[in-house]
Design a protein around this ligand. Structure first.
Ligand code: SF4
Length: 534
């Protein structure tokens, strides 16, 4: 029997989130495939390695992906430099590196990316040098269940982690070549996992202590088992299949968080009746704070045509309206039940300076309406399909980003999560200076800063006080006015430094009347009482 060490360098793909608190399916599948081949898996993360743990297997199977610009809160994915160092520092017989994209290969390792990593290691252990292939449907049922024990070795197990699950891979848009920049159509015809396989994996993960899940993997949640795949790039949503999937999941006891991934606005706009039924199902069964990210990429019809993008701007708007109709009510977590997110992409063929104006106007119109958006993501085309380079309109790109962050994100966040909203179950993750940063467990969680003396690694509820462009400030709820820090008092609405000092010195304050007496402006009491306990 051979021992294989899996080193999880954290994959951060839009449809396979794998940076803590997310556990991507890759490592679980590989863990299961090694067991299915009759060998012994050992699992460690790049953080275990950074802390001094060494791989003890004969094969070291490393997984990583592209680094997404921006900050990570809990940890950083493995860099290419770290990968090269691990290879030079370790004394393992055989190194394999799986990355989610083609990249240069570090010396001493076999690099794979154009196949399923789990199928590769299974074949390697079974029959020597493997063909690069996709896993079969049966393997996709068995290996994830065999691999669930891996989650017990993940840091912060079990409370604050969320398992990413595949419901499919590939994109229905492949039939027309797909969007010009995207590699997903290269997989060919989309393949869907059976409802039973997905439900069985969740059941096994629940048994292993994992209670939070995100259904990802595919290009469109609404298109799961849609009718007409392979004949049209706009297949009809399959309400029956979705019902079997979501009602099956809803019968499993112990799920705390269930969220979804992407949606294709063209499918929603083309089949509003079926889409509305499925959206309603998602809204009813999943946890509030859920998000359907949609790729508009560009609001410029000429760019849409030139790059074979899947939706025209008016279709994206129709999808935004339908998701809002179903999901914009506030749910138990404090967030609206289900909202759309938008992805923009710059550097596309045919892009002009006017493209950025059209993008800005599209967002401004949404902001000025009663529609809500949870997240706007702006990226530049990655050169995975050769003909692309970063945008030629750098100045306009920078101005567009600034406009979105300052003039759209912040007022939109105030609409989505107004001051005074009670956010449930925030998990405290990192303290910087006097601020503890926390997030809810779920898809693309909002970052919340708490100016309080709090321990990391605890769950708490908090009420929102102020808004940044993509983050919030909040106070633990209820705030103990007699024992909280001065900075927490300062954060109460309308208080500020001077009044906070006044309240601080007036403590103990044991009633509303005593609070009114302690304030120079008694009317302020009604503003701050909803945050307090005496
Ligand atoms: S619709 Fe999405 S997944 Fe499909 S080709 Fe376009 S970008 Fe890729």
């Amino acid at each position: 029997m051979m021992k294989v060490t899996i080193l999880d360098g954290y994959v951060d793909e839009p449809s396979r989130l794998g940076v803590p608190p997310f556990i991507s399916p890759y490592a679980r599948y590989i863990f299961g495939a090694i067991k299915a081949a009759g060998h012994e898996p050992e699992y460690m993360t790049i953080d275990h390695y950074r802390q001094g743990q060494k791989p003890t297997g004969q094969i070291l199977f490393m997984i990583s992906g592209a680094l997404v610009p921006g900050k990570y809160l809990r940890t950083m994915p493995m860099s290419f430099k770290e990968l090269a160092n691990i290879i030079s520092e370790s004394s393992v017989e055989n190194y394999v590196w799986y990355s989610s994209r083609p990249r240069e290969t570090p010396p001493g390792a076999t690099h794979i990316w154009d196949c399923d990593a789990d199928a590769y290691i299974f074949d390697m252990l079974n029959s020597g040098p493997p063909d690069k292939r996709r896993r079969t449907a049966q393997e996709w049922s068995e290996w994830p269940v065999l691999g669930v024990d891996m989650v017990k070795q993940y840091q912060n197990h079990p409370q604050s982690i969320i398992a990413e699950l595949d419901i499919s891979y590939g994109c229905p848009h492949y039939i027309t070549g797909g969007c010009s920049f995207c590699t997903e159509p290269l997989f060919g015809m989309p393949v869907f996992r059976s409802q039973d396989a997905i439900i069985a994996e969740i059941k096994a993960l629940l048994k292993a202590g994992c209670a939070n899940f995100r259904l990802g993997g595919g290009s469109c949640t609404i298109s799961y088992k849609a009718k007409g795949i392979g004949e049209t790039d706009r297949p009809r949503p399959n309400v029956v299949a979705q019902k079997q999937l979501f009602s099956g999941i809803s019968k499993l006891p112990g799920i705390q968080v269930l969220h979804t991934d992407n949606a294709d606005p063209a499918i929603i706009a083309s089949y509003p009746d079926e889409a509305e039924k499925i959206l309603q199902m998602i809204a009813n069964i999943c946890t509030s704070g859920n998000l359907l990210s949609m790729g508009i990429e560009s609001a410029d019809p000429a760019v849409v045509e030139k790059n074979n993008l899947n939706s025209q701007p008016e279709e994206v708007l129709a999808a935004i309206k339908l998701i809002n109709k179903v999901g914009n009510k506030r749910g138990p977590t404090g967030l609206p039940v289900l909202l759309p997110g938008l992805n923009f992409l710059t550097g596309l063929q045919g892009e002009t300076k006017e493209t950025f104006q059209l993008n800005s106007q599209f967002l401004k119109n949404i902001l000025d309406s009663d529609l809500l958006l949870r997240r706007i993501n702006i990226r530049q085309v990655a050169p995975t399909r050769q003909e692309y380079a970063p945008t030629r309109h750098k100045k306009q790109f920078i101005a567009f980003k600034k406009f979105v962050r300052e003039e759209i994100d912040s007022p939109m966040l105030e609409k989505v999560i107004p001051a005074g909203t009670l956010l449930k179950n925030l998990y405290t993750e990192l303290k910087i200076g006097k601020i503890m940063f926390a997030r809810q467990i779920g898809t693309y969680p909002i970052l919340v800063g708490l100016p309080q003396n709090l321990e990391p690694g605890i769950f708490l509820d908090a009420k929102v006080t102020t808004h940044g462009s993509r983050s919030l400030t909040a106070l633990e709820y209820p705030l103990d006015i007699n024992n909280c820090s001065l900075s927490a008092l300062e954060e109460l609405p309308g208080i500020g430094k001077k009044r906070a000092a006044r309240l601080f010195h007036a403590r103990p304050i044991n009633s509303k009347d005593e609070l009114i007496n302690a304030l120079d402006e008694p009317a302020l009491a009604s503003q701050i009482i909803p945050y307090l306990k005496f």
